[in-house]
Design a protein around this ligand. Structure first.
Ligand SMILES: Cc1ncc(COP(=O)(O)O)c(C=O)c1O
Length: 440
């Protein structure tokens, strides 16, 4: 197995890890002599397989954090990237426009709920949440209610790592206590308690409704992940809860921001989580799978009413404009990725994967160390009773031939949509076996 420095196999992989340990910082990781969390150099990726620098092949169960829905090195996405590089990799978006961005915005408007008519392209999911929050605040300034600056959300939410986004993440499992003084103080209702396939009753929504009613005068918006709380919970909830949230926002004149960054583009079995409830938010964030996992790009969509309010504010314009806004390379790959998705039987594919995940993970429910096994769309979760030890379970999963990245008490998968029945079985049997061994 050739690696970048021309040497091969395990020794080269070990050297790369050593060089990495000396200078690189990884997500949510310590550095220095105590940084012993396992690290695996990847040499290449193709289809649903990651090839490690030591030659081992792993079936990818993470889609690189919900993004690579078509797998790696997809010929259509590769071709779109090559063609766009030969034309124009980047150009600033202030005062200039280009076909890839316009086409992408047109497609997003066409496939998201009808009232969403205006698209702001930005760099990452977290930035799209910042943009959504700024839009909501500027909207209320434009409507003569500048005091409406707070947000209401539910616990167990995750919306990103920048400061505006962190301030609406779960206050206990998020990073609020680390950044006291920086983060705005928002309002948190209990996480939705009604499971995805349960009816949502008045009692389920009562605490949320009470907070909304008490604070509507100071609220700019409600922000929520539709039907599936991702990184903060990996748990689905009833579409009826979301429908009631929409109705309550309407009743109290509060904007609704749907964070579809994880749930968008088919992952939960509908194109967007909001589609399960048949609702439209006032503002919607999408990202992750937007470019099929090739490049970083996200988008914030809003209604004409929100856009009008923003532009009626003192600034007369929306005050945000990143350097790499609407990057043509990312937009071209996003167009190709959406073309692939919309031209495929994605709904049947996600249903197949859901059925296979449910069947394959079911044996884990009998393990004494397992609290719950659940699936929703192409997401499968084993929740353990105690947090798993990453230094034990991560190498074990690699030895079992899969790339699964657990956190806390969650051993979960959201495989690429191109994953075959046999590869889903490899993922689920490895997950069950690894959990059995580490909790046994
Ligand atoms: C629901 C949700 N919102 C926002 C984000 C932040 O996106 P990014 O990591 O691209 O900044 C994530 C990332 O996991 C997410 O799951």
């Amino acid at each position: 197995m050739a690696v970048a420095d021309g040497a091969g196999g395990a020794p080269a992989a070990a050297r790369l890890v050593e060089r990495d340990r000396a200078v690189v910082w990884h997500p949510y990781a310590a550095v220095g002599p105590d940084a012993r969390s396992p690290l695996f150099p990847v040499a290449s990726a193709s289809g649903v397989r990651l090839t490690l620098a030591d030659g081992r092949e792993l079936v990818d169960g993470m889609s690189s954090w919900w993004a690579a829905i078509h797998g790696y090195r997809h010929p259509v996405l590769d071709a779109a990237a090559h063609a766009q590089i030969d034309t124009m990799s980047h150009v600033m978006f202030g005062g200039l426009t280009h076909e890839p961005a316009v086409r992408l915005a047109e497609t997003l408007v066409a496939i998201t709920p009808a009232p969403l008519r205006r698209v702001f392209l930005c760099d990452s999911g977290s930035v799209s949440v910042e943009v959504a929050i700024k839009m909501a605040l500027q909207y209320w300034t434009g409507r003569g209610r500048p005091e409406r600056t707070r947000l209401l959300t539910v616990r167990r939410g995750y919306h990103g790592d920048t400061s505006g986004a962190m301030a609406v993440c779960d206050p206990d499992t998020g990073m609020h206590h680390l950044f006291t003084g920086l983060l705005s103080h928002h309002l948190f209702a209990p996480a939705p308690a009604c499971a995805f396939d349960e009816p949502c009753t008045d009692a389920h929504v009562a605490p949320f409704a009470a907070l909304l009613a008490a604070h509507a005068h100071e609220l700019a918006a409600v922000i929520i992940e539709p039907v599936l709380q991702g990184a903060g919970a990996m748990r689905g909830y009833a579409p009826g809860f979301l429908a009631r949230v929409r109705a309550l926002c309407d009743a109290h004149g509060v904007l609704l921001i749907a964070d579809e960054i994880a749930t968008g583009f088919g992952r939960t079995g509908e194109l967007f989580g909001c589609d399960h409830a048949g609702i439209s938010p006032d503002i919607m964030c999408v990202g992750k799978a937007l470019t099929g996992g090739y490049l970083t790009m996200a988008a914030t969509l809003c209604t004409e009413e929100v856009a009008d309010g923003v532009c009626a504010s003192e600034a007369g314009a929306f005050m945000h404009g990143p350097t790499f806004m609407a990057n043509p390379l990312a937009a071209a790959v996003a167009n190709a990725s959406l073309g692939l998705l919309l031209g495929s039987p994605w709904r049947a594919t996600v249903r197949r994967i859901e059925t296979e995940l449910a069947a394959g993970l079911a044996p884990a429910a009998d393990l004494p160390g397992v609290a719950e096994v659940r699936t929703l769309g192409a997401v499968g979760v084993i929740e353990t009773r105690e947090p798993v030890d990453m230094s034990v379970i991560q190498p074990l999963l690699v030895d079992l031939g899969v790339w699964i990245r657990p956190f806390g008490r969650l051993v979960y998968t959201m495989p690429p949509f191109i994953t075959s029945t046999a590869d889903v079985a490899t993922l689920t049997s490895a997950m069950v076996e690894a959990v059995a061994r580490v909790t046994g």
